[in-house]
Design a protein around this ligand. Structure first.
Ligand SMILES: *Cc1c(COP(=O)(O)O)cnc(C)c1O
Length: 389
């Protein structure tokens, strides 16, 4: 890539770090605590307040946070957890970490998210948790899953790694499940470098999440079953991990959180522009159709996922990359990953709605520091490529 090409390269997502963010991290570097200090607490408290939950427990990544949520829910060997195939592998990998079995259920064509009817069909006596994913940031209504979870005696965990800052009927995403998981990877809405969080209103889930992210060890004498030998004493109660978020990351997250609303509203503006410009391609070219993503007033737009005619997807993807537009495909449905095929025997045709979406999907560049002209450029390139096919 030449320098000019590199400069013109438009990625599909990008963090936005400003001078205040940098100053916040530097302040922590000059202080006493690099990890497990007061900035972790401050970030957790601020996020809980933003979302409107009693507790927020930070983790070293969104994946670690999902693992923690599976532990807190009590997922154990042979327990089943219902997940959609249209997600990042981490959602169902977290089930496997605990010895559980992911039970995939297809997505609905109207929402591109877990279909409540499909989920209902795979509920069994071993269903321990149901994990809808608000794919791309679409705030999937959770009532049907809540009813299903209640009926099955299962825990409802929302994988909201795409939907921080989204809303359902004026409530922030994070309040509608027993536990809700966020990621702070740099392509997500706000970043801590690597990081994640679980929010909940439940005392016991919060206690188990804290235990799990720090070796399963507690320092709180009130929680111990052994008699403390002295003030130094800690009790390891279960097998946990070191999944802690640093103060450095928390300082960045806390600073970024102040701009979350602005980030989300800018993402919505850019998505609305795509929604307006893309359908024009359907009328004006002989080339096939593009379907714009499901809309929702509370959409958080982590991704702008357009669904193209499968026959043009590969060529369009390659040509967009050549034109310096960093498109992506989200996602290869998890059941079609080699590991899942070989271990569980899943195959093409098992989840047709997710597979159809995968066949045509291209995630177009979307991040808050993009200009409106960038959206026009992307759509212009798509038009050019389709017209030349
Ligand atoms: C990003 C993401 C994760 C994992 O988050 P990390 O912070 O990258 O570990 C899990 N689930 C979904 C749906 C994601 O998009």
């Amino acid at each position: 890539m030449t320098l000019a090409e590199k400069q013109a390269f438009l990625p599909y997502g990008h963090q936005w770090i400003d001078d205040e963010d940098i100053a916040a991290v530097v302040a922590v570097l000059k202080g006493d605590w690099l990890t497990m200090g007061p900035t972790v607490d401050a970030f957790e408290n601020a996020l809980a307040e933003k979302v409107g939950t009693r507790y927020a427990v930070s983790f070293s990544s969104g994946t670690a946070a999902l693992h923690g949520a599976m532990y807190a829910a009590g997922v154990g060997h042979g327990d089943e957890v219902i997940v959609p195939p249209m997600t990042f592998a981490a959602t169902s990998n977290a089930v496997l970490y605990m010895g559980g079995i992911p039970r995939f259920a297809d997505i609905a064509p109207e929402t591109w998210c877990l279909d409540p009817e499909a989920a209902q069909k795979v509920v069994s006596g071993r269903t321990k948790a149901i994990v809808p994913v608000s794919f791309t940031g679409f705030p999937l209504p959770l009532e049907p899953f809540r009813a299903l979870a209640k009926h099955a005696g299962a825990v409802l965990i929302e994988d909201a790694c795409h939907s921080l800052g989204g809303e359902r009927e004026g409530r922030k995403v994070g309040r509608d499940a027993d536990m809700t998981v966020f990621s702070f990877h740099p392509v997500k809405h706000i970043t801590t470098g690597e990081g994640g969080m679980v929010v909940t209103d439940d005392d016991e889930f919060a206690r188990r999440l804290r235990l799990f992210r720090s070796h399963g060890i507690t320092k709180d004498p009130a929680q111990m079953r052994t008699v403390p030998h002295g003030p130094w004493y800690t009790e390891m109660q279960d097998l946990g991990y070191n999944y802690r978020l640093t103060d450095l990351g928390s300082a960045l997250g806390l600073s970024q959180l102040r701009r979350l609303d602005a980030f989300v509203s800018r993402r919505r503006e850019l998505a609305a522009l795509y929604d307006r410009l893309l359908p024009e391609l359907n009328g004006k070219t002989s080339a096939p159709v593009v379907e714009t993503p499901p809309t929702h007033p509370g959409h958080a737009y982590h991704l702008y996922a357009a669904n193209f005619e499968p026959a043009v997807r590969k060529h369009l993807f390659e040509e967009l990359r050549k034109a310096g537009i960093g498109v992506q495909v989200h996602y290869l449905p998890v059941h079609l990953h080699r590991y899942y095929r070989e271990r569980f025997g899943w195959k093409e045709g098992d989840f047709p709605v997710a597979e159809r979406l995968y066949g045509g999907e291209i995630s177009l560049p979307l991040f808050p520091s993009m200009e409106n002209d960038d959206v026009s450029r992307v759509v212009g390139e798509i038009r050019r490529i389709l017209e030349n096919m």
